[in-house]
Design a protein around this ligand. Sequence first.
Ligand code: B3K
Ligand code: ZN
Length: 863
Amino acid sequence: MRTDTPQAVRLADYRPFPFAIETTRLVFELHPSQTRVKAELAVRRTGAKDEPLVLNGERLKLVSAAVDGQALSANQYVLDAEHLTIPDLPDQFVLTTEVEIDPSANKALMGLYMSGGRFCTQCEAEGFRTITYFPDRPDVLSRYSVRIEADRKFTHLLSNGNLIDSGALEDNRFFAEWEDPFPKPCYLFALVAGHLDVLVDRFITMSGREVALRVFVDPGQASRAAYALDSLKRAMKWDEDTFGREYDLDLFMIVAVRDFNFGAMENKGLNIFNSSLLLADPHTATDLDYERIEAVVAHEYFHNWTGNRITCRDWFQLCLKEGFTVFRDQSFSADQRGATVERIKGVRALRARQFAEDAGPLAHPVRPSSYMKIDNFYTATIYEKGSEIIRMLKTILGAEAFRKGSDLYFQRHDGQATTVEAFIACFAEASGRDLSDFFGWYEQAGTPAVTIETAYDEAAKALTLNFTQSTAPTPGQPDKKALPIPIAIGLLSETGEPLRETEVVLLDKDALTVRWENVPSRPILSALRGFSAPVNLSTDARPADRYVLFAADPDLFNRWEAGQTLARDLILARAAGTPDEVGEERYADALGRALVDDTAEPAFKALLLALPSEQDLALMSEPAEPAALHESRKTLRTRIAVHLGDLLRRLHGEMQSDAEFSASAEAAGRRALRNACANMLSADPSADNLSRLVGHYAVSGNMTDQIGALQAMVASGDAQREIALNNFHGVWRKEPLVLDKWFSVQAQDPSENALERVIALTKHQDFEPTNPNRLRALVSTFANFNPARFHDSRGAGYRFLADQILAVDSFNPMTAARLVEPLGNWRRYKPALGRLMREQLERVAAHPDLSKNVLELATKALG
Ligand code: B3K
Ligand code: ZN
């Protein structure tokens, strides 16, 4: 076990930095293993006279340091592994430092590193300190000018802001000079140097300014950036129309890189993207890829205002930029692709990731109050629950007051590093409402449980609704208070006619009773419409009521939700040994009726066909028994596949389009429904169905169809799948992004020997553990999306994951830490499994050279 217990950072300890860095001049002499970085900082004292200047710096070789041109001798500063400290400084001075770094050895992919022969950077949250000595904290804003010198073999040398000069140097080298007029924190600094192709376009802003748009990709890949570029232009326009936000520089650049720890990064004027979230064409990308590209391009662009122009005072305020920006990208996607379908997908992801986090040992508030490694706090809670909070704010205030509040925020805090309190204060002021209770959503972890009980008074034609809320304790927060929960409710008659339009009830105490008059007949409650709050709702509805909602609720989110709840209860009942066969038939019938409803879109029907995932089911049953849940869910799938076989086959045929590929939401919806039918049919592996899947694979003219067929074939367990898998590998082995899919499809193999397959794949020549995409495609997919096989009764799945965590931690701690989560919820599983999970967590935690990242999560998970 490590002996140096890492120190926690606490919100309560925040102190402003005692110096301002007015300008930052950086000169990079790029070299794969010996890059020189010269920094010239114009510093002004803003704090007390006797404060030393403490700069962060890690893995840097200090070559020289000088103040106002006078070289510092060794006794004039203190150097340790993480800081450069200089005492006795004047009130205003210029500090110059020169360091040497080794980008080629950087496999952690933080700071300056190399990917596919090019240089690139990732600084958020604390990567800049591995580039040069600097106050690496988001509240130190500085104006940057950057000079890059590199070998002529590169075509482009890029940094933030505007290109102001470039030219040739001796020794076959050249340079570029960049200037960013907007003060920024160092986490938004970026540099790219490489041999790149570029896709060029322009955008005219709402005030008539022309912005040059550039997307840089690997040579020969420019046409695959077209969708990203189109998404960018739509996002720029949308932000002007919806939030009044105009782009500010004359140039906006995006660069795609293959080795990246997460999705993308919003560096000022120079976004850097994981190539999986940028490159797309119909042959290699699925509709899901297209959808994510659109959303992430928008997300990073939206950060220009929510994150860059207004940034965070400290990393505890991370949700200030992330929650709001996720809300903005979700609203954009809803406008582009349809609100209901996007909301259902959003809620599915929220429940699978954030509700799971909130229910386990890693639960934390949207604004946490302490951390060891901030890298570990880029969580579903900060992002997705952070977005849900903004959504509720809008629901509670109404669209107009919400917009007034956001206008005030942009106007008041432009150019600042600020806090969540300051943000909420703008909405309180603009709406004239007291939002102090609302702030509880940021400070309290855990998913509230809401109950609604109804009583209908036939004689008085009145309905009484009794609401309660409670939140279970989470680590460090034993007592919970009531939060203001907006609950959107409508009423239907027993025959499915609307009885009362949607109304938002604000449940802001532990219990609340509401009485509605003039309700003509016994109503059916449609509550939490559109998932108006991130809570777990239970009501006194009977299954019969849910069938009415499933068939007729005008709120399509709740129509879907009713189907999910019915399916969930049937699967849980069977897993508990009390199957309801009549109920299962009834459900299949109702599903069949929903699938032939001509008014519903194919994309919506595809969502109706997807049963609750095994992970969601595990969250709903304690202790969870993944094997039983898997079997029970499979039984219901088979029943549906048999019962609705003719209909599914018919839809599968009808949804096939031979027309030219379109990336539109409508066309994607048809493909989604076709794939959903194929997937359901794979649960009934009759000769007819299996040959249908083979045919689906053979005729697929785009990656969505191809991967849909391959997934269904793998799910069927039939021997033909090996032929298809081999064929797929042969065709795509030179396309890294497609090969990732090949790994991930196999990681989801439901058959008994899936773990052996996955272990064998870690020895495959195409498995590259240093590439986060490839690693995630195999290892994370297996641990997160193949619960029946990951939770192997002998603990072999857990042992495999622990081995992977330790191996990856030796070179990339941030990515290793992201693998810990599937072991984290060990308390929720049946004791025989929970013990084995715990054992592996203990083994990880006891490793002598563990990173702080993994140590923090493993220790918290062990509790
Ligand atoms: N802000 C980055 C995330 C950085 C993650 C650092 N561990 C991307 C985003 O959320 O837009
Ligand atoms: Zn973000």
